[in-house]
Design a protein. Structure first.
Length: 245
C-alpha cells in the first residue's frame, strides 16, 4: 500500500505559520501590480505562484486541524461480515459510521479504480473543504476464490480495497481485527427485550448522550451482554439529568 499527498512540493518553501491575512496581503499586492503597466509578466507570475503557495499551506493547516479533531470521534467498527479468514468490518458499516462524522468536519471521500495488468488498483481520496487532499492506493489481484466469475472477482477485490484504503486514510480500527475469531469466545449480545430497554432510555436522553452511545456501540443491538447492566444504570441517570428534548 502506498500513501501519497497532492500538496505540491513548493509548499515546503512557505513559512510554518501562514494566516489568511498573509494571503489577503498578497492579493492586494497582486491587484496593485496588475494596475501598474510597468510591472513585467515574470514578476506577476512570481506573485501568483507565491499566492498559490500560501493558499496551499492554509489548506494543509486547515486539513490537519480538522483531522486531529475528527480522530477523537471516529469509533472502532464492529466486524459483522464473515469471510474465509474470519470476521471483517463491511464497507457499508464503515461508510454508514463515518459519513456523518466526515461531513461534520468538512471531509469527503472518493475512490478511483484502475485495472492494470498486475491487478486492480484502488485509490482512496480524502478531501477537505479548504482544498487539501490525501490519497492512499492499494494494488490487489482479482479475487477468484469461491468460483467467482470475472465480474464478481472484480467487485470483490474493489470492495476489499475500498475497505482497507478508507481505514488507512482515517486510521480506523475494527473490533477483533487481529483475532479472526479463531481463539476468542463468541461475544453474547443483549436480548431483544434488553435492546428495546436501552432504546427507550436513549429516547429520554439528550442528543449528546445519544451521540456518545452511537459512537461507541452504533446501535443497541451491538451492545455486549456484559455491558448491559452498566449501560442501563448510566442511561437511567442521564435520562433523569438530561433536559427534556
Amino acid at each position: 500500500m502506498k500513501t501519497e499527498t497532492s500538496t505540491p512540493p513548493s509548499t515546503q518553501l512557505v513559512p510554518a505559520k501562514v494566516t489568511h491575512a498573509d494571503g489577503a496581503a498578497i492579493v492586494q499586492v497582486i491587484e496593485r501590480a496588475a494596475l501598474n503597466p510597468d510591472v513585467d509578466i515574470d514578476k506577476m507570475e512570481r506573485l501568483l505562484q507565491m499566492h498559490e503557495r500560501v493558499l496551499d499551506r492554509q489548506a494543509l493547516m486547515a486539513y490537519s486541524a480538522a483531522m486531529a479533531a475528527m480522530q477523537t470521534e471516529l469509533p472502532s467498527i464492529v466486524e459483522r461480515g464473515q469471510g474465509n479468514n474470519g470476521g471483517y468490518a463491511t464497507l457499508e458499516d464503515i461508510v454508514d459510521t463515518v459519513r456523518p462524522i466526515l461531513q461534520r468536519h468538512g471531509f469527503a471521500v472518493s475512490f478511483r479504480i484502475v485495472t492494470q495488468e498486475r491487478g486492480i488498483e484502488v485509490t482512496g481520496v480524502l478531501m477537505h473543504r479548504e482544498g487539501h487532499r490525501e490519497e492512499t492506493s492499494m494494488l490487489l489481484p482479482a479475487d477468484a476464490s469461491g468460483n467467482k466469475n470475472a465480474v464478481q472477482a472484480f467487485g470483490s477485490s474493489t470492495s476489499y480495497g475500498k475497505r482497507y484504503v478508507l481505514c488507512a486514510l482515517l486510521n480506523i480500527t475494527t473490533r477483533g481485527q487481529d483475532d479472526n475469531g479463531a481463539t476468542a469466545a463468541p461475544v453474547r449480545m443483549v436480548s431483544t427485550y434488553q435492546m428495546e430497554t436501552l432504546e427507550r432510555l436513549l429516547a429520554s436522553c439528550s442528543p449528546a448522550t445519544v451521540e456518545w452511545f452511537r459512537r461507541n456501540y452504533q446501535d443497541a443491538a451491538q451492545v455486549p451482554l456484559a455491558d448491559f447492566e452498566r449501560l442501563r444504570a448510566a442511561l437511567q441517570k442521564r435520562a433523569k439529568r438530561d433536559p427534556v428534548k
